[in-house]
Design a binder for this molecule. Structure first.
Ligand code: OGA
Ligand code: MN
Length: 194
């Protein structure tokens, strides 16, 4: 799979699943370099931030290229993709923000859209999965819906797999997981107030 496949699929159906986006050794190196300073995920903007385990139960950590070379090279690859998307799709993507997520056994993330109510800088969502030994029955699948709430896709969180989707178009949820589930979510951002 290549960037032209990504561009075709994003513009025709609004999402794209890229298997083996990163190889297993790169995933392992990223995992090993994540600092153990995860926080309860929070919902909403600054004035309304809340930890709410009835909506989502993951722990998160914002990533920075200074954390390690493997994290820097993942962010570098995403920045290259951002530039190609801008040159071919005129999306005006300015930045990429990304955090590591760990769902302990039993955690889930109820159906939602990624943009907090009063801001829409998030244009494209990305999620990179990091679960080397995921098996059917482990749960934690991503379920995506269309604007009419029809189920579009149920995706196993397999290591190395990355999904890209238009942030505002697809309500989605993470089904309860029965094993620890790790991923890196990211968002390509437009300029503020676009
Ligand atoms: C999110 C999210 C989906 C996933 O972090 O906003 O919806 O499959 N993640 O981890
Ligand atoms: Mn989401």
């Amino acid at each position: 799979m290549t960037i032209p496949h990504l561009i075709d699929s994003l513009s025709s159906q609004g999402f794209f699943v890229w298997d083996d986006f990163l190889d297993k050794s790169h995933i392992k190196a990223i995992k090993e370099s994540i600092p153990e300073t995860l926080h309860d995920a929070r919902i909403g903007r600054q004035s309304t931030l809340q930890g709410n385990k009835t909506i989502r139960g993951d722990l998160t950590l914002w990533l920075d290229p200074e954390m390690s070379d493997p994290i820097a090279s993942y962010m570098q690859k995403m920045d290259e993709i951002r530039k190609v998307l801008n040159s071919q799709c005129y999306l005006g993507l300015r930045d990429f923000e990304t955090h590591f997520c760990r769902y302990p056994s039993g955690a889930f993330y109820k159906k939602h859209i990624d943009n907090a109510r009063d801001q829409n800088r998030r244009k494209i969502t990305t999620v990179l999965y990091m679960n080397e030994s995921w098996e059917l029955g482990d749960g934690g699948e991503l379920v995506m819906y269309d604007g009419k709430d029809n189920e579009l896709l149920k995706l196993e969180p397999l290591s190395g797999r990355m999904i890209f989707f238009m942030s505002e178009e697809f309500p989605h949820e993470v089904l309860p997981t029965s094993c620890q589930r790790e991923s890196i979510a990211g968002w390509f951002l437009t300029q503020q107030f676009l």
